[in-house]
Write a protein that binds this ligand. Structure first.
Ligand code: SAM
Length: 297
């Protein structure tokens, strides 16, 4: 699945709050199709930020972003390297600890045997697509799914901007229902497909390459649950078409929002007849659960 071409990595040690600040800013600023950023605790207890790029990186721009997030000393402490893609995927995932979110645990293959029987393991093995569970936006969505399926069992589910497929896999595993998983990035679609098979839900997850809702296979909605972790601007653009495809009482989980973005996202979806049900704040990010109450005019 991985091409043998090299990738480029920037690494720096930091305290946990600085590592999270840097990772959040870089995740917000960098194109997720070409860069993956993670902040994690290494086995020695030291926090580290790693950013992997598929093309040679713009060191000057990256330095400026790191300095803006946590100061010049962190920009100075950053080291850059070129690595074989196969190596860094294995290395970075081996360094990541499993992530707990409600009943879900997102983990790499190396932790497969340690998942308790009363938890739902989601094995993610492809770090080139966003969604290892370490980011506050993904964790917020997993917590939202865990909580809302206790009250309601949605039948028709869409994961819009699936990345690694983590949310689609979570929904398919906990509900045993079919999930459509879309991404604008064809590589993410392939990775999500592979991860669905690794997690034994390949038959339940239909992967579709699509920008927003522009695909024939998304035309015959409505959906009872839409998961959309894709940042403020695309979420605003998608508010009207997404609300149109939401069944009455259907829910949308919106994420990828900084705290300062929450009101703008709320306004865009309230205008479409949705009401806020739950707000989850994690690591400076917010996840919103919104419900379509009225039949559409
Ligand atoms: N769902 C995963 C998670 O929660 O960890 C990945 C979320 S990642 C922040 C956003 C994903 O949305 C990326 O894989 C990106 O390629 C995709 N994306 C961005 N804009 C999109 C759009 N307009 N339509 C479909 N996918 C989009």
């Amino acid at each position: 699945m991985h091409s043998p071409s090299p990738t480029y990595v920037a690494r720096l040690p930091a305290t946990e709050p600085d590592a999270r600040r840097i990772s959040d800013l870089l995740t917000e600023c960098l194109d997720p199709a070409s860069a993956v950023c993670a902040a994690f605790e290494t086995s020695g207890g030291v926090w580290q930020v790693e950013v992997h790029f598929v093309a040679p990186l713009d060191v000057k721009a990256l330095r400026a972003m790191i300095a803006a997030a946590a100061g010049k000393k962190h920009a100075d402490a950053t080291v850059y390297a070129t690595v074989a893609q196969r190596d860094w995927v294995a290395t970075s995932l081996a360094a990541l600890a499993p992530v707990h979110a409600g009943r879900f645990i997102v983990h790499g293959a190396h932790d497969r045997a340690s998942i308790p029987i009363n938890r739902i393991g989601i094995e993610i093995e492809a770090a080139l697509a966003f969604g290892t569970g370490h980011h506050g936006t993904t964790r917020g969505c997993l917590l939202a799914i865990d909580e809302l399926v206790k009250r309601k069992k949605p039948q028709r589910i869409l994961d819009l901007g699936t990345g690694s497929g983590v949310l689609a896999i979570a929904a398919a595993k906990i509900l045993r229902k079919r999930v459509r998983a879309t991404d604008i990035d064809s590589r993410a679609v392939q990775i999500a497909r592979a991860n669905a098979h690794i997690n034994h839900v390949g038959a339940l997850i239909e992967t579709v390459r699509a920008a927003g809702l522009n695909a024939p296979r998304l035309a015959n909605a409505p959906f009872d649950l839409v998961l959309a972790n894709i940042l403020l601007a695309p979420l605003q653009r998608l508010a009207a078409p997404l609300a149109r495809r939401l069944a009455p009482n259907g829910r949308v989980v919106l994420s990828g929002l900084l705290l300062a973005h929450a009101n703008a996202a709320l306004a865009a979806y309230r205008t479409q007849g949705l009401a806020l049900e739950r707000r989850i704040r994690l690591d400076g990010w917010v996840t919103l659960v919104m419900k379509r109450k009225k039949a559409r005019r």
